[in-house]
Design a protein around this ligand. Structure first.
Ligand code: ZN
Length: 140
């Protein structure tokens, strides 16, 4: 699918807010239907997921304490007709070691977020047999 660039948003999330929910809310409020997301900051007690292919579900790892949000990348598209953010993170501990995965939730200490809106045909997630909710794959 081809898209053109829309609006750019850059903002800081208030301390104490849950990051995934905040980004979803922001996208809905600002009518961002498709886009890319990136962020840096610090999260408290983040939960990250690892998809178990054979069990068709996420194993959720609950990290406790404060983690550097070294990198966050993700996208926004439609799921059940609403803006939906899919987000992956690399989180650094106090020794600089990284944890990584699908961000399930995380309380914000600091989060500086950048969203690039994309304009074009709607991009919709649909449930797949593998247990994931994905876009249709694009044939060459
Ligand atoms: Zn994921």
């Amino acid at each position: 699918m081809r898209f053109s660039k829309g609006r750019n948003f850059m903002f800081r999330v208030p301390e104490g807010r849950e990051l995934v929910g905040f980004i979803n809310e922001f996208a809905k409020k600002n009518n961002v239907l498709i886009g890319t997301v990136s962020a840096i900051g610090t999260l408290r007690n983040p939960k990250i997921g690892y998809f178990l292919e054979t069990e068709k579900k996420y194993k959720v790892m609950e990290l406790s304490g404060v983690y550097e949000l070294v990198s966050l990348s993700g996208n926004i598209s439609l799921k059940d007709g609403e803006s939906f953010a899919h987000i992956h993170v690399a989180l650094g501990d106090s020794e600089g070691k990284l944890w990584g995965g699908h961000l399930v939730e995380g309380e914000v200490f600091v989060a500086e977020v950048y969203i690039q809106e994309l304009l074009g045909e709607p991009l919709e997630r649909k449930p797949q047999e593998n247990g994931l909710t994905l876009w249709d794959a694009e044939p060459l």
